[in-house]
Design a protein around this ligand. Structure first.
Ligand SMILES: [Zn+2]
Length: 151
């Protein structure tokens, strides 16, 4: 396992669309393990593969509601609204107010290629939406009503 470098806004990789994952073998497992370690060190709530320079449809989320590895994820339904502060490990020193759904249902594959569905609410739903956007080259600052400097 290794800590990977988290790329920062300005790097065009963050703006590209990621590709579907077809490999559920050791290379993808190594990437996931590295991402987990990288996220832990950065003390974030989520990390998407393009943030470590890999244009694959993979993200991980780690909150008090649990740890999730999502491959080829799809938000299959959403409801409600929430407005709150959001930050991103690729946009250091800033945070913004972003409207997100209150609840989402996400379909994804685990590292072994098994499909699963996870229902999320509140902060976890926000994290899933934020990370999923990364796979399409979208950053929260594109959606934020306000972006502020961290004090
Ligand atoms: Zn982010």
């Amino acid at each position: 396992m290794a800590i990977r470098n988290i790329i920062q806004i300005g790097d065009e990789t963050l703006r590209k669309k990621s590709f579907e994952v077809t490999d559920f073998g050791p290379k993808t497992h190594a990437l996931l393990d590295d991402m987990k370690q990288t996220l832990k060190k950065a003390q974030g709530a989520g990390l998407a593969a393009p943030q470590v320079g890999v244009l694959r449809r993979i993200f991980i989320v780690d909150t008090e509601d649990g740890y999730f590895e999502c491959i080829n994820p799809q938000i299959i339904s959403s409801s409600g609204k929430q407005n709150g502060d959001e930050g991103c490990l690729s946009v250091k020193g800033k945070y913004g107010k972003v409207e997100r759904p209150m609840r989402v249902k996400v379909k994804a594959f685990d590292r072994y290629g098994q499909p699963y569905i996870v229902k999320a609410e509140g902060f976890l739903a926000r994290a899933f939406c934020h990370e999923n956007d990364h796979l399409d080259g979208i950053l929260y600052i594109d959606k934020a009503s306000q972006v502020m400097e961290e004090k």
